[in-house]
Design a protein around this ligand. Structure first.
Ligand code: ADP
Ligand SMILES: N[C@@H](CCOP(=O)(O)O)C(=O)O
Length: 325
């Protein structure tokens, strides 16, 4: 994440001790890594013991949009899906205001990201993703994926002037293909529900159980639900596959990792015939979604301390690879 809105301990100490039951704030540290929100590790001391939380200040999402994400995390956590649990204040609220922006405090998950995943990591992620989809079936709220087709249609004209001719052609052709796909009868038959929509390697933690290698790794949890939405579950799986199952050339799919992800997912929730048929176009949709957002972040950047933009060309290559399948 980046830090767009700096926060000091003095800004929150009184608020934490007065409004919550999590002890006294003892330290706050800006987190480097993501690109959307201002995130901080927040330590407190409660009954003499250190407790760890994550404080997020939302930079783009509004107080109207946020209840979906926070309630979804609470719903999933209550069903034993390992996700950050929003912390309630004394009034039972989970959405607050800090420095004039919406903010939340969530539990800190254990572990670290595995950026060079083995097939077994892909399998753990596939299994938990399917369990998460099923656990979200009775989640009452719905909210569209705010980075889906409507957003691509609005954003692509903003980035096109920055691209060369072949990039422009690729982007406009793929958008036209996806528009036709989204409006097809087949698309309507594909099951949907609460989806993470950004389940990249850096949004999953593995608990290493104290081991220095990967042998004991257990899933620590999924986090960063702030791109979640009601979407096709198989789109969520395609987003995940495009990041977790890359071959050494960083663009093609690696059969071993992909099989591990898909088999583990389908052991919990087998894909329907319609989902199977949609898979090639879903992989392309998932590649397009992140090519567009990376272009947008790259060419129309915001001010931030500690911001590291992601490379858009990575998803241009992934899209080309998926189109050649
Ligand atoms: N609940 C959490 N538990 C543990 N670490 C977290 C948690 N939430 C965020 N982090 C850490 O903060 C970093 C940035 O968070 P992220 O959600 O990716 O930022 P952004 O909201 O900007 O996308 C992550 O890479 C991770 O290290
Ligand atoms: N996963 C996306 C960017 C979203 O940033 P995150 O830090 O919130 O995951 C990408 O890689 O483009």
């Amino acid at each position: 994440m980046a830090v767009f809105t700096p926060i000091e301990l003095d800004d929150i100490s009184h608020w934490i001790s007065e409004d919550f039951n999590i002890g006294q704030a003892s330290e706050i540290r800006g987190i480097h890594g993501g690109i959307e929100n201002s995130n901080f590790f927040l330590d407190t001391i409660q009954a003499g013991k250190k407790q760890e939380y994550v404080l997020t200040i939302f930079e783009r999402l509004s107080a109207q949009q946020l209840p979906y994400y926070l309630e979804l995390m609470r719903h999933l956590a209550n069903k034993d899906i390992p996700v950050p649990k929003p912390i309630e204040n004394h009034k039972g609220e989970i959405l607050f205001s800090l420095k004039g922006k919406p903010a939340a405090i969530v539990s800190k998950l254990p572990g670290l990201s595995r950026l060079q995943p083995e097939a077994k990591h892909c399998a753990m992620v596939g299994e938990m993703l399917a369990k998460m989809h099923l656990a979200g079936k009775d989640f009452a709220k719905t909210q569209e994926n705010l980075r889906s087709l409507g957003w691509w249609q609005k954003t692509i004209p903003l980035v096109l002037p920055h691209l060369n001719t072949s990039q422009k052609d690729l982007l406009t052709h793929e958008l036209a293909t996806q528009e036709a796909f989204f409006s097809s009868a087949a698309y309507d038959t594909i099951p949907q529900g609460a989806s993470h929509c950004d389940l990249f390697r850096d949004n999953v933690l593995f608990d290493t159980q104290g081991s220095t290698d990967t042998s004991q790794d257990q899933l620590g949890g999924f986090f960063d639900f702030y791109f979640a939405g009601t979407d096709k579950w198989v789109f969520d799986l395609a987003v995940t596959a495009n990041d977790w199952c890359l071959a050494d050339n960083k663009q093609d799919l690696d059969p071993e990792r992909l099989n591990a992800l898909m088999n583990a997912y389908q052991a919990v929730r087998p894909l329907t015939k319609e989902e199977q048929a949609s898979w090639p176009l879903m992989l392309r949709a998932a590649a397009l979604r992140f090519w567009v957002s990376r272009l947008w972040d790259f060419y129309l950047p915001r001010d931030a301390q500690m911001l590291t933009p992601h490379d858009p060309t990575h998803f241009e290559r992934i899209l080309l690879s998926r189109r050649s399948l």
